[in-house]
Structure formats: C-alpha cells, structure tokens
Design a protein around this ligand. Structure first.
Ligand code: GDD
Ligand code: MN
Length: 390
C-alpha cells in the first residue's frame, strides 16, 4: 500500500467581522446576505452581531437567520446586551469575543460596502500594515447621501482629531476598518461614544496604518443613531485621548527619572555602607581591645555589605520578597559582584598607575567610578532582575 502523504498548506487565517446593531431589523438581513457574496469560505470568517436588545427585535431576526445559515460562507454569533450602551462599547464587546487573526468592524445599515472587505483583509495579510481603514477622504473615496450639515460635522470632527491628537490619516472618523487582532490586546478601552477607531489609533502605538478608498452610501432604511449626545461624547473622548497621549509622554520621560533615582539610591546606600563599615570596625576594635584590628576591619566589611544588600533590596530596588532561597541567592550574587568590583578596581588602579603612569588619585577616581557603575548595572540586571533601562 502506498503511503503518499498529501501536503496541504493549513489554512489558518481567520477573520472576525464585528457588526453593531440597534434597531436594524430591516437592514441586518440585507447586510448578512450581501456578505455571503463578498466573503469566501477560504476566509474562515465569523460574523459577530452585537445587538443592544433592540426594541425592533433585531437580535431575534439575526438568531433566526443564524439557524438557517449552516451552509453559509461564514458562521454567525449573536451577542445580545441588556440595553443600549453605545456604539463603541458594542464594538469592544464584539472584539473581545472575536477569535479571528484579523478583525473587521462595519455598520449594519449598508453604508459600508462588503465588497471592500476582501481588499482590506488582503492588505492586512500581505503587508506589514496593522490597521487598514476604509476611507471616504482619500483619492477615490466618496460620501453619498449625506446632507451638507452632516458632511460639515464630519470634516470638523476630523480636523479636531488631526490637530488635537496628531492623527495623520485622512479619515480617522471612519466606522469601517480592519486590524490585526493582537494589536488591541493590551488596550484598556474607554469606548465612549462613536469613534472607537480613533481610540485604537491613539492607543495602539507604533501600529502601521493604511487607508483604502470606499464609497460611503447613507442608509436608505431606518434612522441614524447619531445625535447631539454623540457629539458631546466625541469631545469627551478626544479630551480623554489627549490626556492619555500626554500621560504616555510623561511616563516615557519617567524611564530616565526612574533609572537615575535608582542609581542615586544605590550610591546613597554605598555611602552609608562606608559609614557603617567605619563605625563597626571602630567599635569592634575599641570594645574588644584584644581583637586584632584586621579582624575588626573584616567584620566591618561584612557588616556593611550586609546592610548595603538589605537597603538596596528594600529601598533601591523595592523588592519586598524575602523568601529565604531567593534572598540568599540575591545576597550571594550581591557579594559576588562586590568582590568582582573590588578585584576590578584593584587591577585597574594598578594598571593605570604602573603601566600608564596615570596619577594615583585620577586612577583611583576612574576605577571607583567604573566599578561602581558596573556594580549598579550588574545588581540591577542579575541580582534584582530588572531591565537595565527602567
Ligand atoms: N449595539 C449598538 N449599540 N449598536 C449601535 C448603537 C448602540 O448604542 N448605536 C449605533 N449602533 C449601530 C447602528 O445600528 C449601525 O449599525 C452602526 O452602529 C452605525 O450607526 P449609525 O447611526 O448608522 O451611524 P452613522 O451612519 O450616523 O455613522 C456611521 O458611519 C460613519 C462613517 O463611517 C458610524 O459608523 C460613524 O462612526 C462613522 O463615522
Ligand atoms: Mn449609518
């Protein structure tokens, strides 16, 4: 019997399409039908409809539809929330339930053409873009059906985001976009109002964004849920994102402050060690007058190394874990690095003075400086297991 193994390339790319709905029973079937044309089985797509218990029974409509969708090109999940909690928060709920590597977010009212989805997904999969925004305002994109007033509001909101938050893209207000799911893993969403894309753009730092054009067609059935409160929420969310951007900058600046403050504490502890060393040696030498002064000095050294270790553990590196094995290991490393530092310092002083004829005080200064910086960094990294730059 021949055992020819067929090599199949596993299709492991998966897609989640998140569709928020509120009173869309007239539209949802249309959009789900048209997605059957746009989506192929190979895309391994799941559709996640997030409905806020719409009074018009949208979720029942979708559940019915899902029952008869066994042979469809995609699978359907319905999430029914208790009450109307807002568009952005509905989208976040959907994203949290999504399993796909890529996620597409779109409206349910046929304003966002499903034919654009394959282009967006392809762009995500075959490039290093992390976010693909279907855009009304890049070349080739259009808006049809919106009154002048709504267009003006949209443009104004866009300008606010661009100038206020430093957003570079042309249509950060888009409700139609795709992204690699992992980029939102660590985002703590506020999900205020309508503009969840804006929050992702601000918080998924370093994400690469591409815009592709599409034609926005205003809904022909049902009503937009956009109202004054959505506008107020928008300003609130821009303000929050603005403050968020500022706090990120501050915490970045703080890395250097953190590092320097730890170094400062480390040196303070070192200086305190000199005093401990001196007094303990002195005490032992004076009190136990028959103790050889070299022994007294050795006791002083061990004593001060121990207090140094304890102070650095508790104060400099804020490590309060005193599990005995761990603490002993750290103590051993700390003593080891001090020993290495001492030997290094001796060798360096000797080398500089004897071989390079450097003045002793300069040689000593250089050797102490290098040995103590090295000591700080080694203990930071290995004894207390911190990142060097933190
Ligand atoms: N679950 C849930 N909860 N869904 C909601 C809610 C809510 O509170 N509010 C709105 N939706 C759903 C609607 O049912 C629709 O599917 C979608 O969100 C968009 O709502 P619309 O009311 O139709 O918004 P729009 O057409 O004025 O604006 C849309 O398009 C713009 C252009 O892309 C939004 O997506 C805007 O964010 C976007 O800028
Ligand atoms: Mn709409």
């Amino acid at each position: 019997m021949s055992t020819i193994q067929k090599k199949t390339t596993p299709i492991n790319r998966t897609l989640s399409i998140v569709i928020p709905t509120y009173n869309e029973s007239k539209n949802i079937v249309k959009i789900l039908d048209s997605l059957r044309v746009a989506i192929t089985r190979e895309m391994n797509a799941e559709i996640i409809v997030v409905d806020d218990n719409s009074p018009d029974g949208t979720s029942n409509t979708v559940e019915e539809y899902a029952k008869n969708s066994k042979n469809h090109e995609y699978s359907i999940k319905v999430i029914r929330r208790d009450n109307k909690k807002g568009l952005s928060s509905a989208i976040v709920t959907g994203i949290q339930r999504a399993k796909g590597d890529a996620v597409v977010v779109m409206d349910s009212d046929m304003s966002h053409p499903p034919q654009t989805i394959p282009k967006m997904v392809e762009e995500l999969q075959n490039s290093d873009y992390d976010i693909v925004v279907a855009s009304r305002y890049v070349k080739g994109g259009t808006v049809s059906g919106w009154p002048f007033k709504r267009k003006l509001i949209s443009k104004g909101a866009t300008k606010i985001a661009q100038h206020g938050l430093g957003i570079k893209i042309k249509d950060p207000m888009s409700g139609f976009f795709a992204f690699k799911r992992h980029i939102v893993n660590n985002i703590n969403f506020d999900a205020i109002g309508y503009k969840i894309l804006l929050e992702i753009l601000v918080k998924a730092r370093g994400a690469k964004v591409k815009e592709i054009p599409y034609n926005f067609i205003d809904r022909t059935t049902g009503k937009s849920k956009m109202d004054v409160s959505v506008g107020v929420d928008y300003l609130k969310s821009v303000w929050k994102l603005y403050r968020y951007g500022k706090s990120v900058k501050v915490s970045e600046r703080r890395t250097s402050v953190h590092f320097l403050s730890k170094a400062g504490r480390f040196y303070t502890v070192g200086a305190s060690g000199l005093l401990v060393n001196y007094f303990v040696s002195f005490l032992f030498g004076a009190v136990l007058s028959n103790l050889w002064y070299i022994y007294a000095t050795m006791i002083g050294i061990v004593f001060s190394m121990t207090t140094n270790f304890i102070l650095n553990k508790i104060w400099t590196f804020e490590d309060r874990n005193f599990a005995s094995k761990r603490t002993l290991m750290q103590y051993g490393l700390f003593l080891g690095f001090s020993g290495i530092g001492a030997v290094f310092q001796l060798l360096m002083v000797y080398g500089l003075v004897e071989l390079r004829h450097v003045n002793y005080s300069i040689a000593l200064f250089l050797a102490v400086a290098i040995a103590s910086v090295g000591n700080f960094l080694l203990n930071k990294k290995w004894t207390f297991q911190e990142k060097v730059w933190s």
